[in-house]
Design a protein. Sequence first.
Length: 128
Amino acid sequence: MIDLTYTVQDEFLLIKLSGEYSYQAAHDVFLQAMEIIDQNSKLKIMVDSIQVMGAPNTIDFYRFATFVAKELTKSERRKNIRMALVGQPPLLDEKKFGLLVLNNLGIHSFSTFIHDSDALKWLGVEKE
């Protein structure tokens, strides 16, 4: 299970995750995050997954990327979201296979980072 908390910052929405990774837990928490995002005016999103433990496999990265692509194209508003995921390997794919899948599916507004400062820079916001 992955728990989610969030705070609305001046320039972006900060979502913090914690818990144990499983594909189903990641799927469910992403849907929960999208509901929060849909109810918020912010289009820049930073997801902090530093406190999530676990190691997805290549199939998980592929399945999650195709799922994220589908979710991010469900509405015009979602197509304008810019989302940065911060975490550590092995939760984040060092080879960036999932990002390659997303890019191949036309999603260029989602990226992963090891440091939140890099994520904030990519989002174009100042650290608060």
